[in-house]
Write a new protein. Sequence first.
Length: 93
Amino acid sequence: MNTFPKSLADLCGVMLEASAPKRAQTETPQRDNPIVLTKEDDGTFTLTYFGQTVGWIRKQPRVKLWRAMSVHGSIIHRASLDGARKALLEAYH
């Protein structure tokens, strides 16, 4: 038991169990990522943004490059899957 007077504790900023305010627990809502990269059966990746198709990405055989094609017809070559994904999103309008 704390023998410190409540008025003095409040003045000093000391929190007593009885005077401590209860904090409501809030949950942060889970937000789905609007950018989705889905691997198809043939090995091609389909990139969608808010449910709209942005383009397709595929690993080039015998070459260390990823080839991306946007829905607007742009063909992009990048060294990584992430680079191709970013380039497709930049080309999307």
